[in-house]
Design a protein around this ligand. Structure first.
Ligand code: GLU
Length: 368
């Protein structure tokens, strides 16, 4: 989306949107539409990622969503999604904005051709100042191909549209030193430069109580989006005029700053597609070489291989301390890598079919 201002993606969770009975609250919908309209007036293309289809459908049918089977939840989503869209449509129209429904599954983002197609559709909508309202296509997404939570989906959408900012509206005002719902001494962390292991530990402790995601999935989402050059804000969605205040430059919640070496183009898709099929455990020397940048992973640095993956699947690369070094496309399947691991490239050339590396540097994205 070169030339134009980069989009802002706003994610709204079920707990932010729906009342105790599960129905979306008109006042909340109105506030979300008003906030996005303000961003639009500030010249930003905007995308909304919304949850609430399942809760809305369950409330409509008069059944509890909690404890329902997968098939029932899918049926609730089928009932709730159009009702949710109708309500959004009404509230956005009050600001002179048209909306469009975009329902995605994991495969839409994992298969490159479909990813590019989805990107083109989003670009066409944004060019016409139509607000894409995105949710997971819960009705058809089976267990294996589900993204599963809209925090992850929002990061994938942010990467897809090349967003400058992803605002995750939650029931907590960002990342805290301890759980703010239980501990009054909990302090908010205003800014995070790098999602180091300490940050992940904090996220495990300060869980958002409701909703699908919790703080851990929000941090994982922030990690993916910041790696692709997007700033991520996690803040309390129930605060009055929250989006307007952010649009005016206020630093509410926790801000996760984009990685200095943000990935671009095809590599962004690697981060967005995000379905890791296996793990490669590498030695210290290989980890150091990869972290220096610009290197491919060679068989000699691989200690162990895990998972049932084929050539072309996404795998995670893990150092001896258990930290993820990066993710990339495996050039070989698991069986071949079991034979190649630990050997010099020249020793295993007969197995490699001309592809000496385990992951080529063009297919590798380092973790921030
Ligand atoms: N897609 C689900 C829904 O609309 C929500 C998933 C989530 O809460 O993260 O109900």
């Amino acid at each position: 989306m070169a030339g134009a201002a980069r989009p802002v993606v706003v994610k709204v969770g079920t707990t932010t949107l729906c009342g105790p009975g599960g129905r979306p609250q008109p006042a909340r919908l109105a506030a979300v539409a008003a906030g996005l309209a303000a961003l639009c007036r500030a010249g930003r293309p905007v995308v909304l990622v919304t949850s609430g289809a399942i809760a809305t459908g369950a409330a409509e049918i008069g059944r509890p969503a909690a404890g329902a089977s997968m098939a029932e939840r899918q049926a609730f989503a089928a009932v709730g999604q159009p009702l949710l869209m109708r309500e959004y449509g009404r509230h956005f129209a009050a600001h002179g904005l048209r909306t469009a429904q975009v329902l995605l599954t994991a495969d839409d983002l994992a298969v490159r051709r479909r990813y590019i197609n989805a990107r083109n559709t989003m670009a066409a909508l944004l060019r016409r100042r139509i607000v894409p309202i995105v949710n997971e296509n819960d009705t058809v997404a089976t267990e294996e191909i589900r993204i599963g939570d809209n925090d992850t989906l929002s990061a994938q959408v942010a990467i897809l549209v090349g967003a400058e900012l992803l605002i995750i509206l939650s029931d907590v005002d960002g990342l805290y030193t301890t759980d703010p719902h239980r501990d009054r001494t909990a302090r908010r962390i205003p800014e995070v430069h790098m999602i180091a292991p300490e940050v992940e530990r904090l996220a495990r402790r300060s869980l958002s109580r409701l909703g699908t995601g919790g703080m851990q999935t929000k941090i994982a989402a922030a990690r993916a989006a910041t790696a692709a050059g997007c700033t991520v804000v996690i803040t309390d969605g129930r605060r009055p005029r929250v989006l307007e205040r952010i649009a005016a430059g206020e630093r509410l919640g926790t801000w996760f700053l984009p990685a200095a070496r943000a990935v671009s183009g095809r590599k962004r898709w690697l981060v967005a597609g995000g379905r890791v099929r296996g793990r490669l455990f590498i030695d210290e020397g290989a980890a150091r070489a990869l972290r220096e940048g610009g290197r491919s992973l060679l068989p000699s640095g691989v200690r162990a291989v895990e998972g049932a993956f084929g050539a072309g699947d996404l795998v995670a690369v893990v150092d001896p301390d258990g930290r993820e070094v990066g993710r990339g496309i495996a050039a070989h399947d698991r069986r071949t890598l079991e034979l190649m691991k630990g050997h010099r490239t020249s020793e295993v050339a007969h197995l490699a079919a001309g592809r000496a590396e385990v992951i080529h540097r063009d297919n590798l994205v380092l973790s921030s």
